[in-house]
Design a protein around this ligand. Sequence first.
Ligand code: THU
Length: 137
Amino acid sequence: MSLPIPATVMNELESAARAAASRAYAPYSRFRVGAAVLGASGKIYSGCNVENASYGLAICGERNAVFSAVNGGERAITAVVIYTPTQTVTAPCGACRQGIREFGPDARIVSICDGEDRIDTTLAALLPGSFGPENLK
Ligand code: THU
């Protein structure tokens, strides 16, 4: 089980996710996503979705944030916050759930938006019975 994350840290993650969404490159879908990841070190990393004229190459904000954390030296993540400038929340897509799973099987997952809607759950709840690095041992 994961340790509780202080409200001050959750607020910082929310701010980082909002800021990341403002940097999204989404000229094709016009759907902006910002994500922030809390590394085990306590550092915060963010990512936005980046689309491409070759549509299938789009990368989600969540995976960009996870990859940024890994590039920052993290090997474990404890929380992910996802922000979309919409009235309803966005849960991470299937690919991103698996991407988060690699480093944060017990991570807390929070989705926020411009409306009252909010998701506050765990990766394990979003991806039960998951495949991970342990399976390859
Ligand atoms: N997208 C994300 O960044 N995260 C999600 O969880 C769902 C989808 C992006 C991919 C694409 O750039 C746009 O949103 C529309 O699918």
